[in-house]
Ligand binder design. Structure first.
Ligand code: GDP
Ligand code: ZN
Length: 458
């Protein structure tokens, strides 16, 4: 494999009197040599030797630092590349100056964990070291978590990162198994992996739930008012809104557009959507309304299905019951002030246990009962205001759902006793999907992620 030359400060800044700038790669020695003033040229010294001298800025000829430089030639180095370690005595400022000099001479600043990654990719790490790697990953996690907790950054990314961490650990342990089959711990790995993956799944489900709750609290319960033309949808909306924004008329199908109102019903935020009747229609203008109605139903958290109790139930009404199958709904039997023709028994069948409210919107009857039913539904579902959600964005929710599916696939595979690397594919997919949420969609970034767990310069 071909790599460029990288450099980083490899001792924790501020720790101890000596700081090391480590350079690795083909040009490591020549870069160091260009800035080093000592008895001999670094390009000529034997491998694994240490040299005393000064660093000099080649441009200004200024002496930067008194140093001890180790020259380590490939392949017997940590990265299996040529490595130079510049030991400087100074503090943060001088070690940074040395690093800047090295970078100016052509090295690239190493990514976190990049030295270790190279060691791994160049085949330098064996099984026991790989296990050490896992330990290190774990150790770094706690720290990273503590830091993240203190950060003001979104709690969502924090949680997503933690989930990804769990997944990456699962993936990493599988990786070890694939690379070192003699290690023969497949069954142990599978059990462990399953455990971790189940944990992640549970958290995603929680996040999705809180997403829904958060959306409800922020945007209101998306409530669709549906019904045939002229049954009283606009009247219902008006009653609830108590201002005459929606147009009420005697001509069927006048509510051609979808109207929206935000209302607060006994502390329950509702976003009311009045739709044109859902029915087959020739009228283009109305058709737009009808199509929108289907869309509105798709997005609805709650449906208020309005029926005209002064007429017999029609096929359209029955079709509407079908359209709201599986949705949270309240049936409003309107116009009870008129002669009743609707067969209530049939309504009860169709309602499937959902609340039925008898109302006369003309006479302002039944509104209280309806409001009562709405708040009961809302509070019985126990929307928790404490978890005011991190997830709001539809893209995030979609990705969370996809990640959950991938995890379900993985769990299914473990159930089917599929080989562990098959399971790994789905776990990796879940990891990628979660990464997209926090803008870390890295297709070949798996290793980067794995190795970035290390401190810079390691
Ligand atoms: P939409 O087409 O479903 O929106 O129905 P509207 O709200 O526009 O109402 C259609 C007609 O029915 C209007 O003339 C309303 O005044 C009338 N209406 C609404 N509710 C009632 C009610 O409870 N009783 C009676 N008698 N008429 C009503
Ligand atoms: Zn209307």
């Amino acid at each position: 494999m071909e790599f460029d030359t990288i450099a980083a400060i490899s001792t924790p800044v501020g720790e101890g009197a000596i700081a090391i700038v480590r350079i690795s790669g083909e040009d490591a020695i020549s870069i160091a040599d260009r800035i080093f003033c000592g008895k001999e040229s670094l390009t000529e010294v034997p491998t694994h030797t240490i040299h005393y001298g000064f660093l000099e800025d080649p441009k200004t000829k200024e002496r930067v630092e008194e140093v001890m430089v180790s020259v380590l030639r490939a392949p017997k180095t940590f990265t299996r590349e040529d490595v130079v370690e510049i030991n400087c005595h100074g503090g943060v400022v001088s070690v940074n100056r040395v690093l800047q000099l090295v970078l100016r001479e052509g090295a690239r600043l190493a990514e976190p964990g990049e030295f270790t990654k190279r060691a791994f990719l160049n085949g330098r790490i064996d099984l026991s070291q790989a296990e050490g790697v896992m330990d290190l990953i774990r150790a770094k996690t706690d720290k990273a978590m503590n830091v993240a907790l203190q950060q003001v950054e979104g709690r969502l990314s924090h949680r997503i990162r933690r989930l990804r961490q769990t997944l990456i650990e699962a993936i990493a342990s599988v990786e070890v198994n694939i690379d070192y089959p003699e290690y023969d711990a497949e069954s142990v790995t599978l059990a462990k992996l399953k455990e971790q993956v189940i944990d992640v799944r549970e958290e995603i489900v929680q996040l999705l739930r809180s997403a829904r709750e958060g959306k409800i609290l922020r945007e209101g319960i998306q409530t669709a008012i549906v019904g045939r033309p002229n049954v009283g949808k606009s009247s219902l909306m008006n009653s609830l809104v108590q201002e005459n924004k929606a147009i009420v008329t005697d001509i069927p199908g006048t509510t051609r557009d979808v109207l929206e109102e935000y209302v607060n019903i006994r502390g329950v935020p509702l976003r009311l959507v009045d739709t044109a009747g859902i029915r087959e229609t020739e009228d283009i203008v109305e058709k737009i309304g009808v199509e929108r109605s289907h869309q509105v139903l798709k997005e609805a958290d709650l449906v208020l299905l309005v029926l005209n109790s002064a007429e017999e139930l029609t096929k359209e009404d029955e079709a509407l019951f079908q359209a709201i199958e599986g949705l949270e709904a309240i049936i409003v039997l309107n116009k009870i002030d008129l002669d009743q023709k609707i067969e209530e028994k049939r309504i009860q069948e169709l309602a499937q246990g959902r609340p039925i409210i008898r109302a006369s919107l003309l006479k302002d009857e039944g509104i209280d009962e309806l409001e009562e039913a709405i708040s009961r539904i809302f509070f019985e579902q126990g929307v928790e205001t404490t978890e005011m959600s991190y997830v709001s964005n539809a893209r995030h929710i979609g990705l969370l759902e996809k990640a959950k599916e991938a995890i379900d696939e993985a769990l299914h595979s473990t159930e089917m006793e599929m080989p562990v690397d098959v399971v790994q594919i789905d776990v990796t997919r879940a990891w990628e999907l979660l990464g997209e949420i926090i803008g870390e969609n890295v297709h070949d970034g798996l290793l980067d992620q794995l190795f970035s767990q290390f401190c810079l310069g390691k």
